[in-house]
Each structure stands twice: as C-alpha cells, then as structure tokens.
Design a protein around this ligand. Structure first.
Ligand code: SAM
Length: 331
C-alpha cells in the first residue's frame, strides 16, 4: 500500500492490477484525500457549473439500461424546435451559465447541419462554450459541427469490457464507440467520456480498465455515475450501482487524469443527494444542472428521478448557494 501511495504522490501511472487493488480497499480515506489534493492543485476551490438541455428523447438505439431506448413504448417522445432550444439556451445564459450541454438520444431528425446551425446561433447570441452530446455520428458530421463552433463533445464509452458492451448494446460495438471518441479527439474537441458503475457482470477489474480507457483517449472530461434501474428496461430488476464505488472510481480517475473535468453526476444525486455533495471532496470539480423546460424534462427519463426544473434563474441561485455552503466557489 505504501508504495502505491508513493507512486500516486510521484504522479506515476497506476496499472490495472493496482487500480483494482485500490478499489477493493477496506479503508479508502487516504486515497480520497490524495484525489482531493490533486483536484485542489489543479482547480483550486472552484466548482464549474454547467447547464444541460435535453432537446430530444427520441433514440434509435436499444441500450438495455436506458429508459429512452427505442423499444420503450411507455415514454412520450418529444423534440424541441430550434427556436425553443435557442430561447432556453439564452435564458440559461442570462441566468449566469457559461457552458451549455446540448444532449439528446440518437435522433436522426436533427441532422449535423441542424445541430451545426443551432451551435452557430448560440455562438452568435452568447459567449457560451457549447458541448454536444448526441451519440455516435460520422467523422464528417463531427467535423461539420466542430466547424460551426462546438467546443466539446460528450460520449461515454459506458463500459470498456467488450462482452458487457455487446450484451448491453445490440445496436453498436465498443470498437465503434472508441473510434468515435478517437475521431472527436483528433478533430480538436474537448472530449468527454465516462462509464457506469453497477452494470451486469462488471467487476473491479472492469472498472480499473474503464479508468485506463479514459486515460488512453485521453479524456478532457469524464462522467462516472451509478447505474439506476428503470422499470421499462430489461435491467429493471438489477440493483442500483454503489455510490461508494462511484466515489472511488472518481477519485482514482482524478489521480490518473489530474486535469480532467469530473462532474458530480446527476445519477449520483438521484440515489443519494448527500453523496453528491461528498464527491466534491473525492476529486470532482463540476456540476451540471438541467435547464430542460418542465413540459419536456419529465419525459427525458433515462432513469427514474424526482428532479424537476421550474425556474432557471432561481435554481441557478440555489445551486450557487449550495456550492458556497460546501466551502467552494461557484463559477
Ligand atoms: N445519446 C447520447 C449518448 O449515447 O451518448 C446521450 C444521451 S444518453 C441517454 C446519456 C447517458 O445516460 C449515457 O451515456 C448513459 O451513461 C446514461 N444512462 C442511461 N441510462 C442510464 C441508467 N439507467 N442509469 C445511469 N445512467 C444511465
């Protein structure tokens, strides 16, 4: 153990075996402290706040864990018009958000041309950084959206285990997912990936490999959150992912990727709001807040959640206060 602590302090890379060993520790407190120190060295006392707008819940995929999968007939589908998207983004901008994450299922209705035009309009009317998160697109489409001004792209690899990946995704392969991430990186996107904790057949070794996958891309941001069972999916009877293991994975990712932006994921807050606060002492430095209009938000049911969006201005202020209450500075 002491030699691993020495390696971490020395900023030496950890192997899969070492990461697995650390994930299984009885007492992880020393590692949490080291991760928190590294977060502090790189980001100081600041917590970045980002707005996320879920503009369509149509999805052509059949991911076994996700409530938006195309086989779920119990979800009412919606698409926001370009005008609605721009209005909501402007409201978020005036409320103080400096980054907008535009997220959707894989919905062919929004062509790269449409997404690109939305990005251009946002850039014309605001000074926001724009993150797109609309799944796997072709190299040409990613290139076009980048040329229109997109700064970042978020595409989680979900799991780095090929067998688990193909069990969960009848519509895609791990190879294509990783290739898409490679394309994003080569096009100059600030690239985000991530994975879930608590997937079927996942072991500590899988999680160790997930962390190494983030480092191999290498990711500029990484969302690591617990799986949450959704009653309208084939994984309805699976237990939710562990919040402790989620915190440990975030801490080890902070150690492996000291400069990456690591959010306290919404999924973690849905399972346990206290743990969502605690994760800021385990390496996380970012928080995302939904700004999806209420009439649509209720249908963006990736997993069951009681999060409601009512007033973007008020909620931004409340979030800033919550961050200050943790002794951190919201930016
Ligand atoms: N379509 C885009 C994509 O594939 O990247 C973005 C939308 S997708 C719904 C956003 C993320 O939700 C996924 O990357 C996945 O990690 C997460 N997610 C989906 N179902 C989940 C569940 N049951 N529990 C936790 N996270 C889930």
């Amino acid at each position: 153990m002491n030699n691993l602590i020495h390696k971490i302090k020395n900023r030496d890379e950890l192997t899969r075996e070492e990461l697995s060993y650390l994930l299984a520790l009885d007492d992880f407190s020393k590692i949490f402290r080291l991760a928190d120190d590294i977060r502090n060295e790189n980001f100081g006392n600041y917590v970045d706040i980002r707005a996320i707008l879920e503009f369509s819940n149509y999805c052509k995929r059949k991911c076994k864990y996700c409530g938006l999968n195309s086989t779920n007939k119990n979800v009412k589908r919606y698409r926001m018009s370009v005008d609605e998207i721009l209005e909501t983004v402007k409201t978020a901008y005036y409320a103080g958000y400096k980054t907008i994450v535009l997220q959707s299922g894989e919905d062919n209705y929004y062509t790269a041309k449409m997404i690109g035009d939305i990005v251009r309009q946002i850039k014309k009317h605001t000074s926001m950084a724009v993150t797109v998160s609309s799944g796997e697109l072709s190299y040409e489409d990613y290139k076009y959206i980048k040329l229109c001004g997109a700064d970042r792209y978020l595409l989680k690899h979900e799991t780095s285990d090929e067998k688990i990946y193909s069990y969960l995704h009848s519509c895609g392969t791990l190879k294509n997912r990783l290739n898409a991430l490679k394309n994003l990186k080569s096009l100059g996107y600030y690239t985000g990936s991530g994975f879930m904790i608590g997937l079927p057949f996942q072991t500590l070794d899988t999680i160790a490999n997930d962390i190494l996958t983030l480092a191999s891309i290498p990711c500029d941001m990484a969302g690591i959150g617990p799986f949450i069972a959704h009653s309208d999916t084939p994984l309805r009877d699976l237990q939710n992912g562990s919040t402790e293991l989620t915190k440990r994975a975030v801490a080890l990712t902070r150690i492996m990727l000291p400069k990456a932006h690591l959010p306290a994921t919404t999924a973690l807050g849905v399972i346990d709001s206290k743990e969502k606060d605690n994760i800021f002492s385990c390496g996380a430095n970012v928080i995302m807040r939904k700004v999806t209009p209420q009439k649509y938000e209720q249908y963006y049911s990736i997993y069951p959640s009681n999060i409601k969006v009512s007033d973007i201005y008020k909620e931004r202020k409340i979030l800033e206060q919550q961050i200050k209450n943790l002794g951190r500075i919201p930016v």
